[in-house]
Design a protein around this ligand. Structure first.
Ligand SMILES: Cc1ncc(C[n+]2csc(CCOP(=O)(O)OP(=O)(O)O)c2C)c(N)n1
Ligand code: SF4
Ligand SMILES: [Mg+2]
Length: 295
């Protein structure tokens, strides 16, 4: 039997399907984002999250359509603004699990200036980027993660830009959880997203997710051939920042797994403590607050 949110009222186990809205995705056949949607639903089912306690925020892009395909709360907002909206939501409703999802263009390009601040503040939002190295929705323009020399509709002789490297960025932004996965490996995505959800603080997951239409389906082969699971290494230690840097900058392979994880105080917790301290011992009136602004 379903409750008001379409959730289960009985003791029946929640399944990934319960997190899907039933809206048919309009992604191209073969798009990597299908697998990301499934992984997010599976991760939520693994965590047995109540749908009414989850909000998924996005900007604009093919990948940013993802919240519409879920039955949780969702907000397909404006281009580049998934992170500040997710941050505001988390700070006003700390009880919610808040995800920010989107593409390389949305998160690293137009929304790029929000990334360092949510990371350094360690706001408890889980950010999942579907990194396809292209602006898919607007028909294949060069993006900040398009490889040097790649031909796109705006770089017909090959891109002359050096791409940004997301994992390097996030490590230098002091993100407390930095991971990479790929649409090619559903189980790996699920376990990585579950780990991100369990992590206390800002968690960043870069998902190599092919755009078959504008980067070609051979992207699957490129990722398959170049990937390496870093947690299979004998000396793997995600708390070791030096090793994390090595896996982030190596040109030898595409690192898959949790590169870095070190929990620390979150902004959310500090804000709560600040509120308690401000309230302690005194009643604040509107007049008191206004006086603070007029010297
Ligand atoms: C302010 C603003 N500028 C530009 C656009 C056009 N636009 C929409 S999506 C997009 C890029 C999307 O690329 P990405 O985030 O990588 O998503 P993908 O489609 O590849 O999943 C652009 C440039 C817009 N909607 N709003
Ligand atoms: S254009 Fe690319 S990113 Fe967009 S739905 Fe098609 S394959 Fe996916
Ligand atoms: Mg993209």
């Amino acid at each position: 039997m379903a409750d008001f949110f379409g959730g289960k009222m009985t003791e029946e186990k929640i399944t990934p399907k319960d997190y899907l809205s039933g809206l048919k995705p309009i992604w191209c056949p073969g798009c990597g984002d299908f697998a990301v949607l499934n992984a997010v639903a599976k991760a939520m089912a693994t965590m047995e999250l109540k749908k009414e306690n989850v909000a998924v925020v996005s900007g604009i892009g093919c990948s940013s359509r993802l919240p519409g395909y879920l039955s949780t709360y969702g907000f397909n907002s404006i281009h580049g603004r998934a992170l500040p909206i997710a941050a505001g939501l988390k700070l006003s409703r700390p009880d919610l699990t808040v995800l920010a999802v989107g593409g390389d263009g949305d998160i690293f390009s137009i929304g790029g200036n929000h990334l360092p601040h949510i990371a350094r503040r360690n706001i408890d939002v889980k950010c999942i980027v579907m990194d396809n190295g292209i602006y898919g929705l607007t028909k294949g323009q060069v993006s900040p993660t398009t490889p040097l020399g790649e031909k796109t509709v705006t770089t017909t002789y090959g891109s002359i830009e050096d791409p940004i490297q997301p994992l390097k960025l996030l490590l230098s932004y002091e993100a407390s959880f930095v991971a990479q996965s790929t649409s090619l490996d559903l189980n790996h995505m699920v376990s990585t997203i579950v780990a991100a959800m369990k992590h206390k603080g800002f968690a960043f997951v870069n998902v190599r997710s092919p755009c078959v239409t504008y980067r070609g389906k051979e992207q699957y082969d490129v990722i398959r051939q170049r990937s390496k699971y870093i947690d299979k290494e004998p000396d793997y230690d995600p708390a070791d920042m030096r090793k994390a840097w090595h896996h982030a900058i190596t040109p030898e392979y595409i690192s898959l797994g949790i590169l870095y994880q070190k929990p620390r105080d979150t902004y959310d917790e500090r804000q709560l403590r600040l509120r308690e301290a401000a309230k302690a011992g005194r009643e604040w009136t509107l007049e008191d607050v206004m006086k603070g602004f007029i010297k």
